[in-house]
Ligand binder design. Structure first.
Ligand code: SF4
Ligand code: SF4
Length: 426
């Protein structure tokens, strides 16, 4: 297979890819000693597997990154046999004592409750026998939730999150089925398995941040996560939000969260504010691999596996768009090609010159999202707009007395649902 060369991007230093560094002599001899197939050793740091159950979705949200197919008469789903193989490989080759299995799509509720019952039982038994614990999660539009699903999810504590883009008219303008989503969200809350909400920000709602907070407040959702959409997937070709629009979103997000005084919080902004006031050391900052850090954990601690058996670096971004160029291997094969896996991953995390010349010392680096290797190649405009907006937002924060920003940064994400509405307490 042809390797992808990204013009103008430099491979990341190997030391940045904690799980992707050249295999040390020790781990190599250990693996040989244990008779392990070295082809799977690149998976030793995996603690989060996204299972892309299907690439089909019953909705077609206009900004969806996933390029999801609409359901036809028949569509492929993840087989139980393949799922069992994934779990066996994880049990044998991941060195982590706890793993998270996230059911993703397309729309994961296109799969039957019976399949989930078998899959969760297998995962619990196989990982348990390997002295590992596991937790289950799911991201769903919730419109296809059935009673049988809830029974299985409650039995295995499958924690389920959804997307709500604001009040009904705003949500329905691009996603649809607001009432069905909210109705089923309440059923999940009753069953104590609702995990949280995401709001995707695009042209339909960038001016409506206070309304989004009001919607979550009304629903009793106390913590959510705000994402600016990139023009990728189904949204490819859409006009990206401008720098001014993103700046306004960031400022409104801060001001509205402040107004709610901790009653409703955007956990993503909260994490940025904490870094901003704590001013971590470079080492501390870079050692935390996450979406909002200069280096993320895609392909290192996390991978997505498709119903075809193909392995890609990021579960949050699925297997569409630029991710398609970074196939890491196939779980159906006898072994992964470790050289290929590492080469692909180093290319995936490659940094542009801008990282060295600007980002490393940028005063806004702690409130910056640092782009996303899955989306930025296909939509290079949004990260540039985000960069300009972030620099202005850092100055906006600095225009407040320091205690004000510190106070907002000290908010604690509340329970997902307020107790008085029958929800979960943190
Ligand atoms: S590839 Fe993008 S979405 Fe995935 S973990 Fe990295 S930053 Fe996050
Ligand atoms: S604001 Fe721009 S220059 Fe600063 S860290 Fe972020 S992307 Fe880099």
């Amino acid at each position: 297979m042809q390797l992808v060369t990204i013009q103008g991007r430099k491979p990341s230093p190997a030391s940045s890819l904690a799980g992707c560094e050249s295999e040390s002599e020790t781990s190599q001899s250990e693996a040989q000693h244990l008779g392990e197939n070295l082809g799977w050793s690149v998976l030793r740091n995996l603690s989060e597997i996204h299972i892309e159950l299907t690439s089909t979705c019953n909705l077609s949200c206009s900004y969806c990154y996933a390029e999801a197919d609409r359901p036809g008469r028949a569509f492929p789903l993840f087989s139980l046999e393949l799922f069992e193989r994934v779990i066996q490989i994880l049990a044998t080759h991941s060195k982590k004592s706890h793993v998270e299995l996230i059911f993703h799509g397309g729309e994961p509720l296109l799969q039957s409750a019976a399949w989930y019952g078998d899959a969760c039982r297998l995962a619990t038994e196989i990982l348990g026998a390997a002295n590992k614990t596991c937790a289950f999660g799911m991201q769903s539009n919730l419109t296809l939730l059935r009673d049988e699903h809830i029974d299985v999810f409650a039995r295995y504590n499958v924690r389920i999150g959804t997307s709500i883009d604001g009040p009904q008219e705003v949500h329905d303008a691009v996603r649809g089925k607001f009432h069905a989503t909210v109705h089923n969200l309440r059923r999940l809350v009753e069953a104590e398995i609702f995990s949280g909400a995401i709001s995707v920000i695009h042209h339909h709602n960038w001016e409506k941040i206070p309304e989004i907070y009001a919607t979550f407040h009304e629903l009793g959702i106390r913590s959510f996560h705000l994402n600016i959409a990139s023009a990728v997937g189904l949204g490819e070709g859409a006009t990206p939000l401008s720098e001014d629009q993103i700046y306004r979103v960031l400022c409104d997000d801060f001001d509205t969260m402040r107004t709610y005084d901790g009653e409703v919080v955007d956990t993503r902004l909260l994490a940025k504010l904490k870094r901003h006031v704590e001013n971590p050391t470079t080492q501390g900052f870079l050692s935390k691999l996450s979406c909002d850090s200069p280096f993320c954990h895609a392909g290192i601690n996390m991978v997505v596996i498709k119903h075809t058996g193909e392995v890609f670096p990021c579960g949050c971004a699925g297997s569409s768009g630029n991710i398609k160029n970074f196939l890491l291997g196939n779980i159906r094969d006898e072994a992964l090609s470790t050289d290929f896996y590492k080469t692909q991953l180093v290319q995936f995390h490659a940094k542009s010159d801008k990282y060295e010349t600007e980002c490393r010392t940028c005063p806004a680096r702690f409130v910056c999202e640092h782009g996303c290797p899955a989306f930025d190649i296909n939509d290079p405009i949004t990260p540039e707009h985000h960069c300009g907006a972030t620099k202005r937002f850092q100055k906006y924060l600095d225009s407040y007395p320091r205690e004000v920003v510190q106070r907002v940064a000290s908010f604690v994400p509340y329970s997902l649902m307020s107790a008085e509405q029958g929800g979960l307490e943190a």
